[in-house]
Design a protein around this ligand. Structure first.
Ligand SMILES: Cc1ncc(COP(=O)(O)O)c(C=O)c1O
Length: 383
């Protein structure tokens, strides 16, 4: 059996909507982008949304729009993809890396409180909803407010995800989503910035397209000369094309179905792996239904009969795709050398990364494939 680690499903209205774009003569940011922005904002319950060409762009725009300055300090977890931290460097600002809570891989309110004691001069925080589970938003928002820390949510994994009765994307200063090919919904490459703050929206909107104060659609549809625009800052080229937005609209129609399918996989893994010797499963709070289940990892502890790398090789040899989220940023040459980081300061991230493996999780994974995966793991746990 061959089971890839992740699998995209574009069997809905993707082709139909892309064809509409190709036939319309407007390939770049136009009606499909506007429609995707409106539908996405409706889904997460935010006031404003901006379709962009990646979550990395969305994060960069967010930091620029909040007015982050050179040398400002920003909290970011060490257990994340480099995009969450590199955008801080784009701004000439300084990332301050935080350890995570073991089990959930989230930055908890307690970790944040502790870090503020050591760094009182933090301007902003990039909070990652790791794997698709929302962080402790009530507590974290309260702490950030108290210390005037701007909160930017990296929700690359967390769509659709809930915290209490609200969707991730409806609170915080800015939230950034990814539509990269392996994400909970895709546009090939793409992302979305959402906010309830009008001034952040206006600034990010202009900076998304060269710092121009009118977007392309407006310039060519509104009854005012299209050359009448101004450049208010040296902006970026981060807009999304309508071809991408067309794919996104079709994906958005099915995100709940995709999420339910992943939840079904997660439930299967909890049921069949939780009693196995030497295996630790992800910690989740709240309801199963609140989680986007973008990732499902297991951690092999020291009573598991083999080391993690051997385990991965054995699974791969059986045709089971795996991944690893993540080698933490304090171990990456650039961050380690520039900020003189030591693994001793990140014990939970170390404990996770040394022994974690991410398993396949997507809605088209069928019961036979799930049985094949858990059987393989069960057998290895008994060697
Ligand atoms: C946590 C996290 N943040 C940000 C990104 C960047 O997303 P994008 O590829 O859309 O720029 C990723 C991508 O994998 C991610 O996992």
């Amino acid at each position: 059996m061959e089971i890839p680690f992740s699998k995209v499903d574009c069997s809905g209205n993707e082709l139909k909507y892309v064809q509409e774009v190709l036939e319309s003569g407007w390939l770049t940011s136009a009606t499909k982008c506007l429609q995707l922005e409106t539908c996405f904002a409706d889904k997460v319950g935010s006031k404003y949304s901006l379709a962009v060409n990646s979550a990395t762009s969305a994060l960069h725009l967010a930091l620029e729009a909040i007015g982050l300055g050179t040398g400002d300090k920003v909290f970011v977890p060490t257990m994340t993809f480099t995009a969450s931290a590199e955008v801080i460097r784009y701004m000439g600002a300084v990332p301050v890396f935080l350890d995570i809570e073991y089990g959930s891989c989230l930055v908890s309110a307690a970790i944040l409180e502790n870090a503020i004691v050591q760094h009182s001069d933090i301007k902003a925080m990039i909070l990652v909803h790791f794997g698709g589970q929302a962080a402790e938003m009530d507590e974290i928002i309260a702490i950030c407010k108290k210390h005037s820390i701007k909160l930017i949510e990296d929700a690359a994994h967390a769509f659709p995800s809930r915290y209490g009765n609200r969707m991730v994307g409806s609170f915080g200063d800015v939230t950034c989503f990814s539509f990269y090919a392996n994400k909970p919904m895709t546009t090939g490459e793409g992302g979305m910035l959402v906010t309830n703050d009008e001034s952040i929206y206006e600034r990010a909107k202009a900076m998304r397209f060269h710092g121009i104060n009118r977007d392309i659609w407006d310039r060519f549809t509104v009854n005012r000369e299209h050359w009448e625009y101004d450049v208010v800052a040296p902006g970026f080229k981060y807009n999304m094309s309508d071809v991408s937005a067309a794919i996104g609209l079709a994906q958005l129609e099915r995100v709940d179905e995709f999420r339910e399918g992943r939840q079904r996989c997660a439930e299967f893994y909890y049921t069949h792996l939780s009693h196995l010797r030497g295996i630790e499963l992800p910690l989740y709070r709240g309801m199963f239904e609140d989680h986007s289940w973008h990732l499902f990892w297991i951690v092999l502890n020291n009573i598991f009969p083999m080391d993690r790398n051997t385990f991965i090789k054995r699974l791969n040899a059986m045709g089971i795709g795996t991944s690893l989220h993540y080698k933490p940023l304090h171990r990456m040459t650039y961050y380690r050398e520039r900020y003189n980081l030591s693994p001793d300061n990140y014990p939970n991230a170390e404990r996770h990364w040394c022994c974690a493996v991410s398993l396949p999780i997507y809605h088209t994974l069928n019961v036979d494939q799930l049985i094949y995966i858990v059987d393989a793991i069960q057998k290895m746990s008994q060697e």
